[in-house]
Design a protein around this ligand. Structure first.
Ligand code: 4NP
Length: 155
């Protein structure tokens, strides 16, 4: 399975999602791929936000080598599932990928944990470290659910 994690800047939420998912893929010895991307392009080429890096490091996950990129239409050819961190991100993905946008491949990440509730992973960009810890915890639980759902139950 090939998974793309997407947020607005690709420096706070989706780098955590990529790092957490990568960690779980390795732990479970899964033959999966994960990458991340953003939609707004303001931080392309940058490393993840220092607080995302710090909170990941506190859990033994090194995301320092990631670099922000924008989602491109061809991502819909390569990836099986595109997880958006929030509903506004889905609209941005739609706009950026045009005719390649594939509704069937796009899911709101937290709907894996709470189906149908359309809960956003909040944008921690303007806030303190506690916001990054909350985001880590939400994404971590959603990624556990993804592994359980797709790897072990093969639904
Ligand atoms: P992210 O957070 O989408 O979780 O990476 C943001 C980072 C930067 C901006 C917006 C959201 N920005 O507008 O610069």
């Amino acid at each position: 399975m090939k998974i793309l994690m997407v947020c607005l800047g690709n420096i706070c939420r989706s780098p955590l999602a990529e790092g957490i998912m990568e960690f779980k893929i390795e732990q479970a010895h899964l033959n999966w791929q994960v990458d991340s991307a953003g939609t707004n392009g303001y931080h392309v080429g940058e490393a993840p936000h220092r607080l995302s890096q710090k909170v990941a490091q506190m859990h033994g996950i090194d995301i320092s080598r990631q670099r922000a990129r924008n989602i491109i239409p061809a991502d819909f050819d390569h990836f099986d599932i595109v997880y958006a961190m929030a509903e506004d991100v889905i609209e941005e993905i739609r706009w950026r990928t045009g005719k390649n946008f594939n509704d069937a491949k796009v899911k709101l990440l937290m709907n894996e944990l709470y189906p149908g509730r359309n809960i956003d992973v909040p944008d921690p960009w303007y806030g303190p470290e506690s916001g990054y810890r909350e985001v880590f915890d939400m994404i971590n639980r959603a990624c556990d659910k993804i592994v359980e759902h797709y790897a072990f139950h093969k639904k």
